[in-house]
Every structure is written in C-alpha cells, then in structure tokens.
Design a protein around this ligand. Structure first.
Ligand SMILES: *Cc1c(COP(=O)(O)O)cnc(C)c1O
Length: 404
C-alpha cells in the first residue's frame, strides 16, 4: 500500500476507483501483505517448527480464512461459530484449537464430535464438563489447560489477559490441582499447557517472564506435556513510531525452553497476521467548525471500527490524495453515530481537507470488521480483497432489509 503521484494505492488499485465502484465505508485487504506476514512469521520461528493457529476472532471472513488456510495455517477459535467457519474454510480439524472461558456444553459437544486438535480449557468446572460429554460420547478427548501466569503484558489494560485479576486461565495452584485430578481420567488427556497473556505486545520481556513462570511450574510438576501453546499477542506498529517486538529475543527464549522440555509449540497470532493487511476507506461527509477545532465527520463510525471507542486505540488516518497545504485548526475525525466516544483521532498539522475527500484509516485488518455491529441500525460495510490488479468482493455490504 503506497502513494503513487500523491494518490493512495492498494497493490495495483487506485483507491479512488475502488470507492467509485464499491462506495464507502469499505474494508480493503491486501493479499500480498497477508501473505508476507504469514511468511515472515513462519520464517522467524522456522527452527521451532510450530503449529501456527490463526486467531479467528481477529478476522473471521471466511474467504480470508480460506486464503490463510492455503498459506498453511490452522485456527484458534473461541466459539461454535468460529469453529464452524474454520471447518467450512477447509482448515484441517487437527490444526484447530478451541479457547475461551465460557464454552457451553453444546459447544463442547460440537467440538468433540468434530475431533479437533485441542480444547483449551480454562476452569475446573469446564474440564469436568468436557469429561462428562466425552464419557457420554464414549470418546477420548485431548485438552489443553490454560494457565494464568500472572504476568503483566505491558499493553493496554483492556487487552491484558495474563494478570491474576483477569478472568482468563487458572492460577498456578488450581493448575497443579487439575493436572493431578485428571491424571488417570479415561476420557480426558491433558496434552497441552496453554497461555495467552494479552494483545498488542511490543516488549519481549513479558513473554520472557511468562516462559519463566512456565519453567518454574514444569520443573516442580512431574508431568509431561506434549505441547505448549504460547498464544498470540504479538503487537504491530499502529503509530508509525518504529517500536517493534523483538522477535529474535522471544525466539531465543522459546528455543531454550523447547530444548529443555522437548515439546511441540503452538502459536495463536491474529493481529500480527492480518492487522496491517487491511484498511478502512471512508469519505468526509461534513466539516464542522467550532472555536478551537474542526470536526471531520466521516461516513465510517464506531459501529464499523470500535477499537478507538472501546480501548482508546490509535489508528493513523491518512488522506487518499496528498497535498501541500496545512489545516489551520486541529482536526477531530469522528463518525456519525450518536455517541461522544464515536471519535477516531485528533490531529494537529493535518493537511487541508474538504467535504467528500476520501480518507484511509490504517491497520484495520484485525479486530475491525470482526468487532463491527449494527448500532444505530447502520449496515455493516463491504469487504474486498485485492491481489495485484484483481479485486474480489469477500463480503457484500449489508442491506437494511438483512438486519430488520
Ligand atoms: C485473541 C486471542 C489470540 C490472538 O491475539 P492477537 O493479539 O490477535 O495475536 C490468541 N489466543 C487467544 C486465546 C486469544 O484470546
């Protein structure tokens, strides 16, 4: 994605032409970026030969899942719907793990019948439910047990999952208790220890701390796990400030760990695979001035992209067409939804803009469409996939009749 003669292109496609054809708001994905992210991830961890399970909640578009499958990944799912979509996309059942704190009996039964690789369990009650269902179906079920390592991921508090105050996983004491309790179960085999400490992590140190906690537990527990599922959480560069996760340091620590415990490794990346492969294209409906700033009212809103409203996340906004003049006032990019938090970004020194201009909200491939809603009875946007000069609609814009 880049400017050519001051106009923004996604692969070989001029955004303006896409807008003419598909209207706005519009999610556009670059196949090349997706492919590059997957290849980079595989290359970095080649020595570890991990199973890479794409976190489907970050983007559950089934046509994207099909591409991700073709590029060799499995899936990490958190609901029956995501499991269904992953199977429908052709992802091998033996490359699917099922995470989440509240899987219902019906979801567990479905997952067992599909014979997926692992159900990653997050409480004693859930383990016992899985055992009951397995007994009823007369099947032996492989599960993972998610540990809450009580490590601070040093990310936004709303997307931290590995501190003791968070609802995810079980604490060390409970973990050991469940392992001992289930050692001789006929229907449940605990094959995997899983962790996932949070999202948008840019510092490798929390990962190191997490590995140290695992090491401590495993040293004192006379139990062999076939697999260690390290979760996802690798951060991306939203603000263009060059802060990057040091993958090499993380990899080194994992190699050491893997040598010591001779286990297979699973990763569950979402954001780092699809985040920077997507943009949200939008148009300026109105400009409105007050004493101190100009509101830029876009046709995309918090129902299309909720991350800024939900966690104060920052997404860069760039103009489709670059110019050399500056806006005198501070610009506040907002959506039309009737909520004060329906606000994307405040920018000083932005270029001058006018009504009907096309704007691009960057890095919206992950937790963009998948977190969208019909709030204010707005239809969900269209999604298209660009590969070179080819364009494919991968989800049509909703119609009002679809939602009422
Ligand atoms: C959300 C989630 C992930 C993916 O996190 P990213 O930050 O998108 O890589 C992985 N594992 C589990 C259990 C999750 O809940």
């Amino acid at each position: 994605m880049k400017y050519i003669n001051n106009n923004f292109f996604i692969e070989q496609k001029n955004i303006k032409n896409l807008v003419k054809k598909f209207s706005t708001p519009l999610y556009c994905y670059s196949y090349k970026n997706l492919k590059k992210n997957i290849e980079n991830f595989k290359n970095i961890f080649k020595q570890i030969s991990p199973l890479i399970c794409f976190s489907v909640k970050s983007n559950s578009n089934i046509l994207l899942l099909k591409e991700i499958k073709k590029l060799g990944l499995g899936a990490d799912v958190v609901s029956k719907g995501e499991l269904f979509a992953s199977l429908k996309a052709g992802i091998n059942k033996k490359k699917i793990v099922f995470s989440g704190v509240g899987k219902t009996r019906a979801e567990i039964e479905y997952a067992i019948k599909q014979e997926i690789l692992l159900i990653n369990s997050e409480s004693l009650s859930e383990v016992l439910t899985i055992e009951k269902v397995a007994r009823k179906l007369n099947k032996v079920v492989n599960i993972g047990l998610r540990l809450n390592p009580d490590t601070d991921a040093q990310t936004l508090k709303q997307i931290s999952t590995g501190k003791s105050e968070n609802k995810f996983g079980v604490d060390k004491k409970t973990f050991i208790k469940i392992i001992n309790l289930m050692k001789n179960s006929k229907f449940i085999k605990i094959k995997c220890l899983s962790v996932h400490i949070g999202s948008q992590i840019l510092n490798y140190k929390p990962y190191d701390k997490m590995l140290n906690v695992l090491d401590e537990i495993l040293e004192n527990l006379n139990y062999k796990f076939e697999t260690i599922d390290l979760g996802g959480g690798m951060g991306i560069n939203y603000e263009n400030k060059g802060k990057k996760l040091n993958y090499l340091k993380y990899k080194k620590s994992i190699i050491k760990f893997k040598k010591k415990y001779n286990c297979k490794i699973i990763f569950e990346p979402g954001r780092s695979i699809i985040g920077n492969a997507g943009i949200l294209v939008t148009k300026v409906i109105y400009l409105k001035h007050n004493k101190t700033k100009t509101f830029v009212i876009l046709d995309a809103a918090m129902n299309d992209l909720i991350r800024p409203a939900l966690y104060n996340a920052k997404h860069r906004i760039i103009p489709y067409q670059r110019n050399n003049s500056r806006s005198k006032k501070t610009l506040e990019f907002v959506g039309p939804v009737c909520e004060t938090t329906d606000k994307f970004l405040t920018e000083k020194n932005f270029q001058s803009i006018k009504e009907n201009d096309i704007m691009i909200i960057c890095d919206t491939g992950a937790y963009g469409y998948s977190l969208s809603s019909n709030y204010n009875l707005r239809v969900r946007p269209e999604e298209i996939l660009i590969n070179g000069n080819k364009v494919k609609i991968i989800r049509k814009r909703q119609k009002i009749s679809d939602i009422i």
